[in-house]
Design a protein around this ligand. Structure first.
Ligand code: UZR
Ligand code: MG
Length: 207
């Protein structure tokens, strides 16, 4: 098998990374093209050894919160045509689930996550680097709605996390990582022209 095309999609929490990824994924699925999506969130470190109180206090917006060594090993394996055991993470208990998922390499791999472009050692593993550049106030509004609905949070806890870690870590790690991107996408996950440009790049690479 030809080496897969690995696309990294990054940006702030709530910027529209997941929607952009979903849109790309559905377009390729509709054409019957096998695309594998990997989420950096799944690589948050296991914290079974820590009490809940300590887990709640952890800084999840720092690159060290992720097991990037495992992600790197998985990207290398997929490049070599080998399967991986993809971890699963629970946002409510802040740790890994015991089960992993066996994934086989696909010709196109889309990775999405907040710190993907913030680690220089990961950059050589991507073929295409995309940064979704959405104003932080819009990210915050989206995140409030999502975290309350889907991640079991209260408005107060989202606001507190935003002030203590999300915003400062964004400025320290995510914002500067924008300059490593090949493509910067404005207007979030539904930017149709950006989607078309990336889709045609992928199509060309697959030919
Ligand atoms: P996305 N996060 C948690 O709140 N709890 C966890 O156990 C793990 C992660 C949050 C994290 C980050 N931060 O901003 C967000 N905080 O998940 C990243 N605070 O996920 O890119 O899907 O928004
Ligand atoms: Mg997301």
């Amino acid at each position: 098998m030809q080496s897969p095309l690995i696309i990294a999609i990054s940006g702030a929490s709530g910027s529209g990374k997941s929607s952009f990824t979903e849109n790309l994924f559905s377009a390729f699925c509709a054409q019957g093209r096998p695309v594998q999506v990997l989420r950096e969130d799944h690589y948050y470190r296991a914290q079974d050894h820590l009490p809940m109180e300590a887990r709640e206090k952890n800084n999840y917006d720092h690159p060290n919160a992720f097991e990037h060594e495992l992600l790197k090993a998985h990207l290398q394996a997929l490049r070599n045509g080998e399967p991986i055991d993809y971890p699963h993470y629970c946002f409510k208990t802040h740790t890994r689930l015991p089960e992993t998922e066996r994934l086989n390499p696909a010709p196109v791999i889309i990775l999405e996550g907040i710190m993907l472009l913030a680690r220089p050692e990961l950059l050589p593993h991507y073929d295409v680097k995309i940064f979704i550049d959405t104003p932080l106030d819009i990210c915050l509004m989206r995140r409030m709605i999502r975290d309350v609905k889907e991640r079991g949070r209260t408005l107060e806890s989202v606001a507190k996390q935003y002030e203590s870690t999300v915003k400062p870590m964004y400025h320290q790690f995510i914002e500067p990582s924008r300059f490593t991107a090949d493509v910067v996408v404005t207007q979030g996950g539904h930017n149709q022209i950006a989607l078309d440009v990336i889709k045609s790049h992928i199509q060309q690479a697959l030919q």
